[in-house]
Design a protein around this ligand. Structure first.
Ligand code: UD1
Ligand code: CA
Length: 453
């Protein structure tokens, strides 16, 4: 089989988004529309990917620079045929060219594979719609052979009755495509160079025209407005939810879940309502995630229970931990097994070893905490001196009394106890009680101020 080129048309202005941002950079499931298409395209291992973008769309090549793609500008925009013409100089003749769209984000690899297998001629992706309004119609003869595509604005009343429509996605031999595109004219209702006119040319030359249908209608939905974007977002989230349910995940409500990336779950995972998963998240067996938690780029090991309203970002959580409610694990947090992080506790760039607990109102930053350590309520590691960050080391079996400030850098030796309300500024010896506290005094006969009349 000939090598594959993929051209992604993305020059449309997106006027109906009413946004300063280029249309194809708006996000669906947390990822720019065009990036969905680029990921799908890349997975097909083509010889060349070419993105056609429009004037003012310089942000597109900038945002997508990590992809091995050629970015070609189309200016002015004279139609889909004209857009594809801009890519042709970058495509070798001995190949096939697949045309995708930067604003049709959910096209699936499996459908594109089917197109590649459909035959060596011109392959069109078409779909039957109950309401075909706005789409180009697929015109066939009595033998059901495709004759042409007619745009809605150029169609006769009879042709407008046709419910098989052009999705725009097609696959063609590159040398033929080059020849056909060179012969396009803009003699039509919109004065545009229609890519769809190549179908007639193929038929006239006796090149076989095949049609393939997508496995799901949502694969071919394009985005022109915020409202279409919102609808397709919900559709995709339902697909994600169904996939999780099919794998045995318990979802309190499949309609109240957002996966913006890749969520991998073990057995008997339970997810309550309103949770958001971003980037790559792995939940082990028997993990429970409480309502309205936001988890991003994290791995949570077996049996861990995350209570509601917890935020976890770029962190690793061991097995049988108890997190939240209202816990915040910031990037670089690594919790070993059986760690408890309670309400209003923030952990950043810290490692906490097995069975240690910080249950209430604390900040643990740039720290190493040993095993079986108890961090009392309101403990703060003062990691920042206004210019630099410093580390706090707390060894095994330490008990930190409530309301303690640990002014880093410092080390608390194993088995040490720190008295509540201490401001600790130097290393703390092992196994001893250390405290820093003003003596308690009582002022006899002192009266509270009263409000002046
Ligand atoms: C096109 C098809 C129509 C099909 C429909 C599916 C043609 C002539 N018609 O119509 O048969 O049913 O898509 O949605 O192809 N674009 C450019 N440069 C241009 C014009 C368009 O890059 O100069 C890109 C747009 O960004 C968009 C896509 O091509 O992603 C489709 O363009 P649009 O103008 O929406 O085509 P339709 O009129 O909807
Ligand atoms: Ca369109």
């Amino acid at each position: 089989m000939n090598p594959l080129n993929i051209v992604i048309l993305a020059a449309g202005k997106g006027t109906r988004m009413y946004s300063g941002k280029t249309k194809v950079l708006h996000a669906l499931a947390g990822k720019p529309l065009v990036q969905h298409v680029l990921d799908c395209a890349t997975a097909l291992h083509p010889q060349q990917i070419c993105v056609v973008y429009g004037h003012g769309g310089e942000a597109v090549p900038r945002a997508m620079q990590q992809y091995a793609a050629k970015f070609v500008i189309q200016e002015p925009q004279l139609g889909t045929g004209h857009a594809l013409q801009q890519a042709m100089p970058h495509l070798g003749d001995d190949s096939r060219t697949l045309v995708l769209y930067g604003d049709v984000p959910l096209i699936q690899q499996s459908t594109l594979h089917q197109m590649q297998q459909a035959g060596s001629g011109l392959v069109l992706l078409t779909v039957h719609l109950d309401n075909p309004t706005g789409y180009g119609r697929i015109v066939r003869n009595e033998q059901e052979d495709v004759l042409s595509i007619v745009e809605e604005k150029d169609a006769s009343p009879e042709q407008r009755e046709i419910r098989e429509v052009n999705t725009g996605i097609l696959l063609a031999p590159t040398n033929k495509l080059r020849e056909w595109l060179a012969n396009l004219s803009n003699n039509n209702a919109q004065g545009e160079y229609y890519l769809t006119d190549i179908v007639c040319m193929a038929v006239q030359q006796g090149v076989a025209v095949h049609t393939v249908h997508p496995a799901h209608e949502w694969e071919i939905h394009g985005i022109n407005s915020k409202s279409q974007l919102a609808v397709l977002e919900r559709t995709w989230q339902q697909v994600e939810a169904s996939r999780l349910l099919a794998h045995g995940v318990t979802l309190a409500d499949p309609a109240r879940l957002d996966v913006r990336g890749k969520l991998v779950c073990g057995r008997d995972v339970e997810i309550d309502v309103g949770c958001i998963f971003e980037g790559e998240v792995r939940l082990g067996n028997d993990v429970r995630v409480g309502a309205y938690s936001v988890i991003k780029n994290a791995a949570i090991a077996d049996g861990t229970n995350i209570s509601p309203y917890s935020h976890i970002d770029s962190s690793e959580v061991g097995a049988n931990c108890r997190i939240g409610p209202y816990a915040r694990l910031r990037p670089g947090t690594r919790l070993h097994d059986e760690v408890h992080i309670g309400n209003f506790v923030e952990v950043k760039n810290s490692e906490i070893a097995q069975a240690s607990k910080a249950n209430h109102l604390s900040y643990i930053g740039d720290s190493s905490v040993g095993r079986r350590v108890n961090i009392g309520a309101g403990t703060i590691t003062c990691n920042y001196d206004g210019a630099n960050k410093h580390r706090t080391v707390i060894e095994d079996d330490v008990f930190v009394g409530s309301g303690t400030q640990l002014v880093a850098p410092l080390k608390v030796g194993k088995g040490a106890t720190i008295g509540a309300g201490s401001a600790i500024t130097h290393d703390v010896p092992e196994e001893e009680l250390t405290l820093s506290r003003a003596k308690q005094t009582t002022v006899r006969g002192w009266k509270r101020p009263v409000k002046k009349k």
